[in-house]
Design a protein around this ligand. Sequence first.
Ligand SMILES: NC(=O)c1ccc[n+]([C@@H]2O[C@H](COP(=O)([O-])OP(=O)(O)OC[C@H]3O[C@@H](n4cnc5c(N)ncnc54)[C@H](O)[C@@H]3O)[C@@H](O)[C@H]2O)c1
Length: 426
Amino acid sequence: MKRRTFLQQTSAAASASYLGIPLIKSQKDSYRIVLIGSGWWGMNILREAVRSGKVKLVGLCDVDQSQLKKAADEVKEWNGESPKWYTDYRQCIEDAQPEIAIVATPDHWHALPTIAAINAGAHVYVEKPISHTVLEGAAMLKAARTNERVVQVGTHRRASPHMIAGMDFLKSGKVGKVTSAKCFVNRSGNPGEPTPDSEAPAGLDWDMWVGPAPMQPFNEKIHPKGFRQFLDFANGTIGDWGIHWFDQVLWWTEEKFPTSVFSTGGRYMKQDNTDAPDTQLAAFDFEEFTCFWEHKLMAANANEQHDIGCYFYGTEGTLHLGWRDGWSFYPSKKSGQEIHMDPDVNEPDFQNIKELWADFMDSIENKKRPMCDIENGYHATNMSLLAMISMKLGRSVQWDGHQVINDSEATALLQRPYRAPWIYPS
Ligand SMILES: NC(=O)c1ccc[n+]([C@@H]2O[C@H](COP(=O)([O-])OP(=O)(O)OC[C@H]3O[C@@H](n4cnc5c(N)ncnc54)[C@H](O)[C@@H]3O)[C@@H](O)[C@H]2O)c1
């Protein structure tokens, strides 16, 4: 693999295509749009939304005033417009009356704002994983269908030109009969050390940030961005990264969901104050194949070519679909030819939001299901969530696509109590 070569190509292409190009001023008949959660990824999405020229920003919402200010300052630089700020998504939706809402809050805060926006008539672009517990996702799917709104999930890899080519290759049969797939994230890391709790910074409404999750002191490791490794707010690496690769597996197979899930793992190395597993394995039984998950946060795959992505193991060879390393096919026969395609991604952060946003707009305009429809996001997210349930219980969970079969303890874990006054969506 010519890793160095393609990384250089990618960043050169990215800086030419993305940076320094002025954003387009919104037009009169543009869709009214709000951003709920104006942090790192929310702003990545908003840039592409505004760049599309089809939206007018009518509200920025965040519970942290410093995040809001940063976002508003950037928006002003684009086109001189000062967006209105909100610190409560309910007020934002009521006041700004969006036709489109982007929801890029931490995972435990995806369900309620998404459902509120849909119920108010907006189409929604919601980040992955769609939910923190399974029944939140079911309620989001139901809201989307009942209100006939387009709900796009941020699994932008379905919109990546190189991933589309890799998937075409896989579906063409050139990998042969695929009997297993392995999704994985392996990274070098260290044990770390605990970060003490502290006062929430001025301007952050910590009570609102915690929202429906159990109340706890502010800790700077949680916000911003760090919530991923705290189980009250997210589901660790399998919840954060797993969904991207499970989505690739579900994109390939005609089966909608696994029928049985088993997962094991633990915290064997981490000594910081996060609580998600640093090591986890999972097995998902489908009718025609088995899908595996593996993550290790202390060791990249020193002996393997790839640290992240998914392998499809077929009778003709192995296909690797990756991130910054594009995709590669390794034939089983020694005489066979390796095939490789570089990634075709945008800056910042090697993503394909622009392409996914274009599909979102097209789906709204043509009243069709988007490529990362909420139902796809629901099934991909559920693979992570069911694995977490299995790991907690120490046994496999049988699944019919919407309900756990014959296991009341696992069924109870499909949701969790919400902290008042928040009410679990139904
Ligand atoms: N699709 C992708 O490739 C991709 C990449 C990165 C992040 N994400 C997803 O985007 C989401 C946000 O991640 P991030 O890294 O940008 O986190 P972040 O911490 O940078 O941003 C989240 C923002 O949401 C705000 N927030 C919290 N509760 C809120 C509420 N009730 N109402 C309004 N705002 C609230 C926080 O204050 C914060 O500013 C996550 O779900 C993450 O999984 C997706």
